[in-house]
Write a protein of this length. Structure first.
Lengths: 110, 114
């Protein structure tokens, strides 16, 4: 199954803003919306946003998400050391009848 | 508290079989579609299979089709993944995840090695 496209890494200074992108197509991100997951080393993934910009309770408002066409974006403002993690986007693909994932973006806080 | 707990992983020889289980609590399992997602060591997330709430709809990744079988027992709030004809490339942590990938278990490690 074809996947979503994410940059492999992003490095930013402490307290700066990082924007991660996730590009799919009209069968997945463009119509179904993107889900964003955070994964710290050695831990299971944790939901940040589902269906584009729905944030579950307990997720910091320093995280925000949006979508434009077939590209979804995750923005982290005021980067903190604990934000260092891998970030995955995912979406249900209505043509494939499958979940598709991006390869993940590793965020490093300098 | 919403919780998913996987079990059943372990070390298996190539060609062997394994059955993973996932027990759910804290939400209406019988109304939720469920998923299996795996992660090979040092790699990204890979979707494996999805099953609808009533088991009417079942989907598999091409990489596991014909070898893996997903099922569920709503009376026992349980999700299963029967894995047959295991290959080295099936070595991964297997996670169960609730509908929409909104809740994840802690994972169960499957290692395929002779």
């Amino acid at each position: 199954q074809a996947g979503l496209t994410q940059p492999p890494s992003v490095s930013k200074d402490l307290r700066q803003t990082a924007t991660l992108t996730c590009t799919g197509n009209s069968d997945n991100v463009g119509t179904q919306g993107a889900t964003w997951l955070q994964q710290h080393q050695g831990h299971p993934p944790k939901l940040l946003f589902y269906r584009n910009n729905n944030r579950p309770s307990g997720i910091s408002d320093r995280f925000s998400a949006s979508r434009s066409g077939n590209t979804a974006s995750l923005t982290i403002t005021g980067l903190q050391p604990e934000d260092e993690a891998d970030y995955y986007c995912s979406a249900w693909d209505s043509s494939l009848s499958a979940w598709v994932f991006g390869g993940g973006t590793k965020v490093t806080v300098l | 508290e919403v919780q998913l707990v996987e079990s059943g992983g372990g070390l298996v020889k190539p060609g062997g079989s394994l059955r993973l289980s996932c027990v759910a609590s804290g939400f209406t399992f019988s109304s939720s579609n469920m998923n299996w997602v795996r992660q090979a060591p040092g790699r990204g997330l890979e979707w494996v299979s999805s099953i609808s709430s009533s088991s009417a709809y079942i989907y598999y990744a091409d990489s596991v089709k014909g070898r893996f079988t997903v099922s569920r027992d709503n009376a026992k709030n349980s999700l299963f993944l029967q894995i047959n004809s295991l290959r080295a490339e099936d070595t991964a942590v297997y996670y169960c995840a609730r509908e929409g990938l909104i809740v994840w278990g802690q994972g169960s490690l499957v290692t395929v090695s002779s």
